[in-house]
Ligand binder design. Structure first.
Ligand code: MEZ
Length: 551
């Protein structure tokens, strides 16, 4: 059976894209297409949504979560893999590192140079701060770079921040933090304008207005995109801008933070970095520190594949928790409904929601619809999991995966020939490498771990519970409640990156630091010992455990 898995060179030689068994199911999808073009599968009612979530969404599998036993949010539930790291021990021992030997001294240290960190750097600079960005890998290696479909903003006459606000709340199951949502939606139009002024090339109509489409759970077309590489275009723009200030913004690469430093007044005062190649420790003193380390998809909760970049291992959460920061909503993760399920080489990679936004329907092995294609992500994913597992109406792949069809050829039929190629060039290329022409044949998908809905508790200015510690982006929790809508993460990184950068620079002007210390590690160790945690992992882990081993 495995011999049927294609590799790129087979694809280039023109071998057929799908094996025979899958092709038979594709014929059924083709046979129902003409009828489906005129059919809309009904959206679920609120009670149906709740019950499908409880039965099929991974967040509701009791065996996948546990309570954390120590720290400021003791008793909160989170995935097992994350709880183990949060209860981990430091790579450092207090007193063994000379904190007087500074390698860098800065106003604002930003840990993580993705979209949130880079936005923060620019606003901190604009507000008079000297800035240092510490990247775990290269500048821009981040989930921002991987985001495809777009960024939401209510900037058209048919829309308003108030309507955007309601959509965000509905998507988040009405438990979002209202102040954070207000900041998100009110800043959205100016965030788009800022990005555009920096050079971000959003898609436009012939008359020069921004192209906007729907996403799951949006009541207005407010998704702005740059084809299907919106995140890469935003990251390109931000990185170019940051790198044009080499004297004011110091960018360190391959230098992840492994511990926050406090001062003797209990304020965060910088971080210890580790040169990932040499293992050397670097001491950075900073008046304010912004955590922008992103999410944790590379922890592969419940064994799911992920859309996330290689460094997404939840490091900032671990560091902030050890100095006493509070958490919110970490018991809810986002499983994107459409991760690639075939071919094997790209399993788990993102198939952007824009494909459904442009009209592609989701079909089972018999070519029949079973869910409205633009339910919110948690509901859509649950319906796909039910179709494949409980109802056994999924399509089996030669490597043993199951998935459902995303009927991408509908897009050209609905919007005109060439639309798929124009609107989804990254997707076309991703599948084309394996001989699959998604404008002509459907693609197979299954939910994939995509986003950390919760994280550090945050105030609207990006500050946390801990003095001088700020956060922005996927590391934070509250803005999306229990489920984020498409396009609100690229928005969140821009809005809260800017807010955190501005507030941190202002605070840096007001404060003075005391003597640097890592004494919080002693109290952390005591707390672990008190609850009997003695044989624990060292965290943060920095890279997934299947990373390439250097010999
Ligand atoms: O916000 C997202 O997660 C996003 C835009 C993803 C996508 O489907 O393209």
């Amino acid at each position: 059976m495995t011999s049927e898995i294609l590799n790129p060179s087979e694809a280039r030689q023109g071998r057929m894209s799908y094996p025979t068994g899958m092709r038979e199911s594709i014929q059924k999808v083709e046979a129902t297409r003409a009828t489906r073009l005129h059919e809309s599968f009904p959206m679920m009612l609120p009670d149906e949504k709740q019950s499908i979530l409880q039965e099929f969404h991974p967040d509701y599998r009791a065996e996948g979560m546990r309570e954390i036993r120590v720290g400021a949010s003791k008793g909160q539930r989170m995935p097992l893999e994350l709880a183990d790291l949060m209860e981990g021990a430091s790579h450092l021992t207090s007193g063994l590192l000379d904190l007087e030997q500074l390698d860098y001294d800065t106003d604002v240290l930003i840990i993580g140079g993705g979209g949130a960190g880079s936005s923060a750097a620019l606003l901190a600079l604009e507000n008079g701060a000297r800035v240092t960005i510490a990247n775990k890998l290269r500048h821009g290696d981040a989930n921002t770079m991987m985001a495809q479909g777009g960024i939401q903003a209510a900037d058209k006459a048919s829309d308003s921040p108030a309507i955007h606000y309601l959509d965000v709340f509905g998507g988040g199951h009405f438990c979002n933090d209202p102040d954070l949502v207000e900041a998100l939606v009110k800043d959205a139009p100016s965030a788009i304008q800022w990005l555009e002024e920096l050079g971000c090339m959003f898609d436009k109509e012939p008359d020069g207005t921004m192209t906007t489409i729907h996403g799951g759970g949006t009541s207005r077309k407010r998704m702005h995109s740059a084809r299907d590489y919106s995140g890469a275009e935003i990251m390109r723009t931000l990185r170019d801008e940051v790198r044009s200030y080499p004297d004011e913004i110091t960018v360190l690469e391959f230098s992840p933070a492994i511990e926050l430093i406090l001062d003797d007044k209990g304020q965060v005062a910088g971080a210890v970095l580790q040169n990932i190649e040499t293992g050397e420790h670097l001491v950075v003193r900073a008046k304010c520190t912004i955590l922008a380390t992103g999410g944790s998809g590379r922890l592969h909760y419940q064994g799911y594949p992920t859309t996330n970049h290689y460094g997404a291992t939840g490091d900032g959460l671990v560091l902030a928790y050890r100095v006493g920061a509070g958490l919110a909503f970490l018991d809810t993760m986002q499983y994107h409904p459409t991760g690639a399920a075939y071919p094997e080489q790209i399993v788990g990679l993102l198939v952007t929601e824009k494909v459904r936004g442009l009209g592609a329907q989701v079909c089972n092995v018999d070519g029949l619809q079973f869910v409205y294609p633009r339910e919110t992500r948690d509901v859509e994913s649950s319906a796909i999991i039910r179709e494949c597992n409980e109802r056994a109406r999924g399509v089996a792949t030669p490597s043993g995966m199951t998935g459902v069809w995303l009927d991408s050829p509908m897009i050209d039929i609905l919007h005109g020939s060439g639309t798929v190629e124009k609107a989804l060039p990254a997707m076309v290329r991703q599948f084309g490498r394996f001989g699959i022409d998604m404008a002509k044949e459907p693609i197979l998908v299954y939910p994939t771990l995509h986003y950390q809905n919760g994280g550090l508790r945050l105030r609207p200015d990006g500050s946390t519970d801990i003095p001088n510690l700020f956060a922005a982006g996927e590391i934070s929790g509250g803005v999306h409640g229990r489920n984020r809508l498409m396009g609100n993460s690229l928005l969140e990184i821009t809005v809260f990156g800017r807010r955190a950068g501005r507030a941190a620079a202002q605070r840096a002007r007001e404060i003075s630091l005391g003597k640097l210390t890592l004494s919080h590690l002693d109290s952390w160790e005591r707390e672990l010992a008190e609850v009997g945690i003695d044989d624990t992992v060292k965290s943060p882990v920095l890279l997934p455990d299947y990373r390439r081993q250097l010999r």
